[in-house]
Design a protein around this ligand. Structure first.
Ligand code: C5P
Length: 231
């Protein structure tokens, strides 16, 4: 049976391939992430279908960032869909606007701290202030949680430090950048194994390429689930 600590990222090009993959994974996966890559390929329609016809939980990874009024109206529109998680950037004005837009919908607002594919050299390129990436992630997480985020997205390497923040008590930590032992890193830089991420305080792990690029996605999911610590 499924274990909702694992969220599979359906980073395939269109809704039809996403549905085929979800059908192959069957009852091993109960929670899916649909992201920007599928925006023009029927992502919202797939979200609806997986939710209503297959009973899956849905994480819509839109990483919204704009002026507050625009974020609020975008989130208000998305709150009409039956979504479980939605991402916005972790800047406090964005988080506050998203919370306002989500209203009482039950859709949780997750704040992106710093992408798990970025390291210090990338932050230098983006003109982001000096300091170790892990410290900046924890500070951004604290600011986003204080602004009202229901949870944060961070690398598993920062999960323990975020879990230690008073502001993170009762909130969610969701970690991409997760790789089963021996899997390709791809463009991810700040990674850990599924079991380490959960042991360090993540509530959910997000795994994409190791599953959807696998010759046997169902067996890969079963191996990841078998590796998770008991609940
Ligand atoms: O294929 P992989 O397992 O690297 O997929 C990770 C997923 O998590 C991708 O869909 C990516 O967009 C998303 N993500 C991330 N880092 C963040 C936020 C989201 O890798 N900080």
């Amino acid at each position: 049976m499924n274990d909702d600590r694992l969220i599979v990222a359906l980073d395939v090009p269109d809704a039809l391939s996403g549905l085929k993959l979800a059908e192959r994974l069957g009852d091993t996966v109960g929670f899916y992430k649909i992201g920007l890559g599928m925006l023009t390929g029927g992502g919202l329609a797939l979200a609806n279908e997986l939710k209503q016809d297959h009973g899956k939980r849905i994480f819509l990874d839109m990483k919204l960032f704009d002026i507050g009024a625009t974020v609020e109206s975008a989130v208000r529109g998305l709150a009409r869909f039956d979504l479980d998680f939605l991402t916005v950037h972790g800047d406090p004005h964005v988080v506050r606007a998203a919370r306002e837009g989500a209203g009482g919908s039950g859709m949780k607002i997750l704040a992106v701290t710093i992408l798990t594919s970025l390291d210090r050299a990338d932050l230098d390129d983006c003109l982001i202030t000096e300091g170790a990436v892990a410290d900046l992630v924890v500070r951004r997480a604290d600011a986003a949680l204080t602004a009202g985020a229901d949870g944060v997205i961070a690398s598993p390497r920062e999960a323990a430090a975020i879990r230690a923040l008073p502001a993170s008590q009762g909130r969610l930590i969701v970690t991409p950048g997760v790789r089963p032992t021996g899997a390709e890193k791809g463009d991810q830089k700040r990674i850990a194994t599924p079991s380490q991420a959960i042991a360090d305080g993540a509530d959910h792990i997000v795994v994409g390429r190791p599953v959807w690029q696998s010759a046997d996605p169902r067996a890969t999911v079963e191996a990841i689930l078998a590796d998770l610590p008991a609940t």
